[in-house]
Design a protein around this ligand. Sequence first.
Ligand SMILES: Nc1ncnc2c1ncn2[C@@H]1O[C@H](COP(=O)(O)OP(=O)(O)OP(=O)(O)O)[C@@H](O)[C@H]1O
Length: 320
Amino acid sequence: MIRFEHVTKRYPDGTTAVEDLSFEVAEGELVTLVGPSGCGKTTTMKMVNRLIDPTSGRILLNGEDIATTDPVRLRRRIGYVIQQVGLFPHKTVLENTATVPQLIGTPKAEARARAAELLELVGLDPAVYGGRYPEQLSGGQRQRVGVARALAADPPVLLMDEPFGAVDPVVRERLQNEFLTLQKTVRKTILLVTHDLEEAIRLGDRIAVYGSGTIEQFDRPAAVLAAPATPYVASFVGADRGLKRLAVTTVETADLAAAEGKAPQAAVELGATLREALAALLQEDSGRIGVTDPDSGALIGILTPEGVHRALRRAHLQEA
Ligand SMILES: Nc1ncnc2c1ncn2[C@@H]1O[C@H](COP(=O)(O)OP(=O)(O)OP(=O)(O)O)[C@@H](O)[C@H]1O
């Protein structure tokens, strides 16, 4: 869906923001870009909707080189959500949400009906909030309007730059949860920038860990946590609670797939920590291990990296 091929961006003052980036985001996938300030995340994202053009390399959207696509047409297919939200202060919540459909010629009544639907979808009752102005909303509510507005034109792709950065940690976690639920329904292809590893792990189907201008590792969250590709990633990940969570989260029945076909060689007991389970998984070329009943030793189910991912998400929700 989105493909970066050897993309480099040098700013006129000589700063190399990103160097030789190559990666791909599949349709319906949510990829988080995570790394410290100044590592090139925002530059990466802004090249997708041509707010910034690369110095060299190509970016393809659905196989089409975006350098040859008219930026205005391109941006209609790409929703953009930024930290400061950027709502129009003199427009109501409903008008803000209906902005893009109206711009592209959707009749007003239809655009407003769609906007009301989207507000509902992000958890804001249009009858209560539709007529308010942005300053009459909390930070979290504004953020949701920003998401609703980005979805209004039903773009296949969403770019989100620190979308939950401006709200306090409690609201932030709630928004993240709502957003994951929403994504299950809308299944957009999403690039989401964050400097917060927790957020990256929690939201991403895969995460791209940035060093300085390059991606050090691009993989599923559980894989990055279990096997950091470079010392830099190890220190970035290690500085976080994520790894520690592996040691305190246990494998539960809900994390398992049905035990069909040939039983895997390696197994752990139900109730083992994720760290133990990952250690076993890494020994298994098949990428699956058995989980057994601690009393009878009977095989209960199969654990895959996706199961570990689910367990991590669950652990995070329980901590919240
Ligand atoms: N217009 C510009 N001119 C020159 N250098 C720039 C410009 N915009 C960004 N940079 C530099 O490019 C590098 C990458 O910036 P970018 O904004 O992509 O980083 P980031 O990872 O998104 O950081 P943050 O998390 O702080 O937003 C930084 O060193 C930054 O100073």
